[in-house]
Design a protein around this ligand. Structure first.
Ligand SMILES: Cc1cc2nc3c(=O)[nH]c(=O)nc-3n(C[C@H](O)[C@H](O)[C@H](O)COP(=O)(O)O)c2cc1C
Length: 311
């Protein structure tokens, strides 16, 4: 008998724990010729904002020996176009659709939640809190527990849809931020977003990204992400979507053992557009090889004595 890959997260039933990471899979349509979208556990669309955004000037992507740096700047066509153009396509795919949103002020997030609540077929909203809060002087919402609490609480009051809060690793205590999100009504957390980094061209003496620095992603950040998932899972009773360098089934297993119920594939989509599908097949093989009935039996099963590391 085939093992059971189904999981539930934030009240959403997924046929497997594999989703796309926001911003690396467009709105699904871009991959439709290459990937059987129906096989995915869920599709997480790229960040949408109230108004269209052009994003940052190029170059806004560069490769480093240890991962990819990006500073796209949330280029998107705005919520009106998203609802009009992308949602009808996504609805037809028939897998849960998670819409990732961002704003410069709490009121932006609230308005986006309201608009999405009336669309239908939105399974959940993922709050990308890595944006700088204009009113708070530019500090990213996700770097401050008070701001996370404020934005999540306001969104909670604005929508009945499940809320997933996407956490940044660029903080001292990811657990403190996750606790603020859960306290304010988050149904799940997803982590991690990219790690802030910089690369400088030794010929031109200039940063390789026009905006100076950007977010590092890919296998290099996986150990950071796994550690953060484990820390959150140990401290809080909240479903976790793990991401950061997930490329194959064994990477996914690491995150699940650390405490993630589901995983999202990001940068790996650029290397192998079918990475999500290969991962789902690989996960099934992993469970069969170990005689396991369900992927849920792996969640949080890392063997640890619980002691704190010392340096
Ligand atoms: C090119 C690129 C664009 C991204 N755009 C978004 C975005 O629009 N919204 C968001 O929440 N995260 C965005 N991310 C972050 C990813 O969703 C993910 O959290 C991060 O890249 C770590 O996963 P990975 O190492 O598998 O890529 C982006 C990442 C990349 C590489």
């Amino acid at each position: 008998m085939k093992p059971d890959l189904s999981v539930e997260i934030a009240g959403i039933q997924l046929k497997n724990p594999v989703m796309t990471a926001s911003g690396t899979f467009g709105c699904g349509r871009e991959y439709a010729d290459l990937v059987d979208l129906k096989k995915l556990g869920a599709i997480v669309a790229k960040t949408v904002t109230l108004e269209p955004r052009k994003g940052n000037p190029p170059p806004r992507i560069c490769e480093t020996p240890s991962g990819m740096l990006n500073a796209i700047g949330l280029q998107n066509e705005g919520i009106d176009r998203f609802i009009e153009k992308e949602m009808p396509f996504l609805k037809k795919v028939g897998v849960p659709v998670i819409v990732n949103i961002a704003g410069d002020a709490v009121s932006d997030y609230v308005e986006l939640c309201r608009r999405l609540s009336s669309v239908g077929d939105v399974a959940a909203i993922e709050l990308n809190v890595s944006c700088p809060n204009v009113k708070a002087g530019g500090i990213a919402f996700g770097m401050h527990p008070g701001l996370v609490s404020e934005v999540v609480g306001a969104c909670r009051r604005a929508t009945g849809l499940p809320l997933i809060v996407k956490l940044t690793p660029n903080v001292g205590s990811v657990v403190g931020i996750a606790r603020a999100a859960v306290g304010a009504g988050a149904d799940a957390v997803s982590l991690i977003n990219t790690v802030i980094g910089m690369s400088i061209d030794h010929n031109t003496f200039q940063p390789r990204l026009a905006s100076g620095f950007g977010g590092l992603s890919g296998p290099a950040i996986r150990p950071i992400a796994v550690r953060m998932v484990w820390e959150v899972a140990r401290e809080l009773d909240v479903p976790i979507i793990g991401m950061g360098g997930v490329g194959d089934a064994l990477d996914a297993v690491e995150f699940i053992l650390a405490g993630a119920t589901a995983v999202a594939v990001g940068t790996a989509n650029f290397i192998n557009p079918r990475a999500t599908i290969d991962l789902i097949d690989g996960l099934e093989e992993f469970l069969i090889a170990r005689g396991m009935d369900s992927v849920r039996d792996l969640v949080g099963k890392v063997k640890m004595d619980g002691s704190s590391p010392t340096c």
